[in-house]
Each structure stands twice: as structure tokens, then as C-alpha cells.
Design a protein around this ligand. Sequence first.
Ligand SMILES: [Zn+2]
Length: 109
Amino acid sequence: MILLCKNCKKKFYLHNDGTELEGKIIECKFCSQKWLYESKTKYLENRLVDLNNELDNTVSKINLRKKEYQDKINQLEDDLQKKKKKQQLKKKLQKKIYKFKKQKKKKKK
Ligand SMILES: [Zn+2]
């Protein structure tokens, strides 16, 4: 079969068929560059695995970010609840003060 060297771009003939070469080291007859032989199917398979891994990574990254956002939202909701409680306490206190002032005025009369 004809092989193309990626290093010197020269084509050379290798007496073998593709399936047997799979995963074997090829040496260029011109420049002695060595590389791992990969048929197109194998190449595509590996590329697919890579893409799957990338996808998995992306998904887990997205999930991580989602969790971060959810944590932030939870934190904000927590803060909001605390503020609401404080506000309610403040209102209660103001009512008490108001009542107290009223009573004072009544007593004065
Ligand atoms: Zn070469």
C-alpha cells in the first residue's frame, strides 16, 4: 500500500495491508520519520472517542457551573430570607414604639 509521510510529504510503498498495520510504527523510507499507523476508520473511531470525552468534559463543566449558580442562588435566597426577617422584626419594633408613644401621649392628657 502507498503511504504518505507527514514529515517529508513523500509517498512510498509498503508491502502490507491496512488492517495488519493498525497501531504499528511506520518508518519513512526517505526521512526515517516514525509514526503510529492509523487507518481512517481507526482515526475516526479515536476522533469520536475524543469528541465524546470532550462532550463529557463540557457537560461536567456545565454541571459544575450550574451547581455554582445554584449555590449562589441559594445564598441569595438565604440572604433575602434573613433580610425579610430583619425587616419584620424592625416593623414589629416600630409598632411597639408607636404604641408606646401613643400610650405616653394618653397618659399626658
Ligand atoms: Zn518522510
